[in-house]
Design a protein around this ligand. Sequence first.
Ligand SMILES: *Cc1c(COP(=O)(O)O)cnc(C)c1O
Length: 358
Amino acid sequence: MSGPRLRDDLGDLEGYHSPQVDVAVRLNTNESPYPPPPEFFEAWTAAVSGSAAHRYPDRAAISLRSALGGFLGQPTERVFCANGSNEVLQTLLLGYGGPGRTALVFEPSYVLHAHIARITGTGVVTGERQPDFRLDPAAAVRLVEEVEPDVIFLTTPNNPTGMVEPRETVEALLERIAARSKPGLLVIDEAYAEFSPWTAIDVVADGVPLVVVRTYSKVWSMAAFRLGFCIAPAAVVADLEKVVLPYHLSVPTQLAGTVALRFTGEMGARVASIKTERDRVGAALAALDGVEPFPSGANFILFRSTDGQATWEGLLRAGVLVRNFARWPRLDNCLRVTIGRPEENDAFLAAMKEVLAA
Ligand SMILES: *Cc1c(COP(=O)(O)O)cnc(C)c1O
C-alpha cells in the first residue's frame, strides 16, 4: 500500500528541530527561567473555574484584546491574538502570502518565518546580512525595490543573533513600501521587545503597512500557554480575523493572557534581572580566549567559538545544553545560550572554562 504523499512543493521540507535533551541546565530555547508568580495561577484557575465550559469562547477575544490594547496604548481594533506568535505569523502568511506571492527574509534569522512561508505556498526570497550580522539598510531597501515582496520579515532583537535593528532601518523599509504602487507589509517580530532598548509598536498606525508581532512565551514566562499577538492597522486585524479558524483561542488561553496583565510589576522585575545577568554573562564570555560573543538586546547571547561543535559537545557532557548553530550556513561555529538563573549561568560559564581548557 502506498501512503499519502506530502504536497509536491513540500517534498524536501524539514520539520522544526531544537533537540530537547534531559540535562541539568537547559539554556537552549530562550524560555524564561522563572515561572509566573503563584498569585497568577490562583487568579487564572479561579477565572477558568468560573467560565462557561459548555459554550464556545468569545470569537473576537474582546476582553483580552482590550486589556492588551490598554497595556500597550493601542485601541482594541489594532490587536489580534492567536495560539503563540507562530500562529500569528501563519495567519499573516495565509492572508497576505500564498501561491504567486513572496516573502522576504534576511538571514540568519528566525527559521520559522521562511518555514511557515513555504508551508503556506509563499515564495521565499533570502536577503543577506553582513558577516557581523548587521543589516545594511541601503542594501535591504534596494532588495525590497528589486523583489517587491508582499511580506517582509524583520526580527528585532534578531534571533539567533541578538542584534537590535535601529529605528532608521524600519523607517527606511516602510518608506520604500509606501512609495511603490504594489502594496506590501512589513512584519516586525518583536518576541524579545521588553529586553531591548526600543519598540516599533508606536510606529503602528492605520494606513501604515506595519505589523508588530509579540508573544507571551518569553517575556511573560508563559511558553506553555501558547499565546501571541500582533499590533496592526485595524484593516489588517479585520483581514486576519477572516482568515483564522473560528474559535481558535480557547477560554483558558484568553483568560491567561488577561490575568497575566495584572502582574506587570513581576514581569518587569524578571526582565530587569535577566538583563543584568545577560550583561554579566556577555562580559564573562568576552573575557574568554577563543570566544567571541555578539552584542544582544534579548534574553540570550550568540557567541562564536574556535570549534563550535566541540564546544557544544563539551558543554553537553558537562550537563549544559545550549543551541547549536555550529554547522549552520552563515553561523559557523556559533552557539546560542539563553540567559537562565544566576546559578545556571554560573554553571554554563564554569563549563565553558572547563571545555576551553581541555
Ligand atoms: C521564541 C520566538 C517566537 C515565539 O513563538 P511563540 O509561538 O509565540 O512561542 C517568535 N518569534 C521569534 C523570533 C522567537 O524567537
